[in-house]
Write a protein that binds this ligand. Structure first.
Ligand code: GDP
Ligand code: MN
Length: 411
């Protein structure tokens, strides 16, 4: 499937507000696929990054059986959810024997960690820890480079370190064309002031982590904590990996897909092949093109409203796309009005208008709709829509007018 590639909208750009706590940081490039820790460790393992052996389970009995197979104590019983801070929430427990495995697995399965219910648990051979560090790679869009972060203060959330002791984070910007050279990795590690005993192992792991990030088509790879063992080895004790779904054609990511926890709206949209991200506002958005969809969110926001979603219907104008898009948006109880923002390009205005009219003939939409249609053959498109206009289907001449109208209807 062809997918649009667009820049991720970061907070503050175009006046878009910070996401609400617990919500995501919106429009993504295609779909991001978050891996569970154990999947992240398997992913790391394929790139030669040392991780602990373990087994994923979904029941207490399986947990016990897995611990018996691992046949060494202590083991760690770890909740698998797409959210950090599991340790603090009681989702990571050391078990010294089989009874403790049973006890911790029963407590952790079904646990609610920041709104994520635990259905999967990872049983792992426990490691001895001398020191805990932090390491990650992600993309710095404004620098157009990959950003590596390394800190001797691991085990706590990096945001906390960034706030309390920003100097404790050693950063490296890697030009994707040059890659991470060994010399640069060495300087970076030296700047982080780890225990000197960890330096050699850290350079090796970080080099592999960079390869995993690039060749694995990840948007984010994070190891927190990266540990130094008392025996001197450096080892990944946690794994946070997000891969870019645009690259799924060159990987076998079916197993990650199965464990995705999407909200119902996102699941339905994903199945319909729509570029959709659920948000918390009240104006449903449909636009053709990801850039226009993002601008639409900004404009709705600018006139005092808030979007219930990001949705790019893409090119083309078949009725089925609009049926799917409108149905998914209208089924969302947050949605009080719908703003369809179309700029005719290769797909001409009258084709889109016909698609919308055909779709509205097939389904019953309860929220009032405001359409802005511009671009190629916009006049013809508007003429097609004209006879269908009513309180429930309005048209506005400009994007700003349409946004105002949609926000007014939503309020
Ligand atoms: P998070 O809280 O979701 O980030 O989960 P982590 O996998 O990072 O585990 C949280 C904390 O549990 C770590 O920072 C460690 O201090 C501790 N922990 C996890 N695994 C082990 C282990 O194998 N041995 C020991 N001693 N502690 C562990
Ligand atoms: Mn962690």
């Amino acid at each position: 499937m062809w997918k649009n590639r667009v820049g991720r909208l970061v907070s503050g750009i175009g006046g878009y507000p910070d996401p609400l706590p617990g919500t995501r940081r919106i429009p993504t490039e295609g779909m991001r696929v978050d891996l569970f820790e154990y999947q992240g460790k398997q992913f790391f393992g394929t790139f030669g990054i040392p991780v602990s052996p373990g087994e994923p389970v979904t029941t207490v009995e399986e947990a016990v059986a897995a611990a018996e197979r691992l046949a060494t104590y202590p083991v760690v019983v770890k909740a698998q959810v797409h959210v950090g801070g599991r340790g603090k929430a009681g989702g990571v427990k050391l078990a010294e024997n089989i009874d403790e495995v049973r006890e911790h697995a029963s407590n952790i399965l079904g646990l609610d960690i920041k709104g994520h219910i635990v259905n999967d648990v990872w049983i792992e051979v426990a490691s001895d820890i001398a020191e805990e560090y932090y390491a990650s790679f992600t993309l710095d869009r404004s620098a157009k480079k990959h950003l590596g972060m390394l800190s001797a203060e691991g085990g706590v959330e990096i945001e906390t370190v960034a706030e309390n002791n920003p100097d404790a984070i050693a950063k490296i910007w890697v030009d994707p064309v040059d890659g991470l050279t060994e010399e640069a990795a060495r300087d970076w590690v030296a700047a982080a002031n780890l225990n000197p005993e960890a330096n050699e192992g850290a350079v090796e792991i970080l080099t592999k982590l960079y390869t995993a990030y690039v060749d694995g088509d990840a948007d984010l790879v994070e190891i927190n904590p990266l540990i130094l063992k008392p025996t001197g080895e450096v080892h990944a004790l946690d794994a946070k990996v997000t891969v870019d779904d645009n690259a799924d054609y060159r990987h076998d990511w079916d197993a990650y897909e199965v464990t995705q926890v999407r909200d119902e709206r996102e699941q339905a949209a994903h199945e319909a092949g729509l570029q959709y991200v659920g948000l918390e506002g009240s104006v449903g958005i449909i636009a053709n093109g990801a850039g226009l969809a993002m601008s639409t969110l900004d404009v709705v926001n600018q006139v005092g409203g808030s979007a219930a979603n990001f949705l790019d219907v893409g090119g083309g104008a078949d009725a089925e796309k609009f049926v799917n898009a409108l149905t998914i948006i209208d089924n969302d109880p947050r949605v009080k009005s719908i703003f369809i923002n179309i700029f005719g390009g290769i797909t001409r205005g009258e084709e889109v208008a016909n698609g919308i009219v055909a779709a509205l003939g097939q389904i019953d939409i309860s929220a009032p709709i405001v359409i802005r249609l511009d671009g190629t053959n916009a006049d013809q498109g508007r003429a097609i829509l004209e006879p269908h206009l009513s309180d429930k289907l309005q048209m506005a001449p400009t994007m700003l007018d349409a946004a105002r109208k949609a926000v007014e209807l939503a309020n």
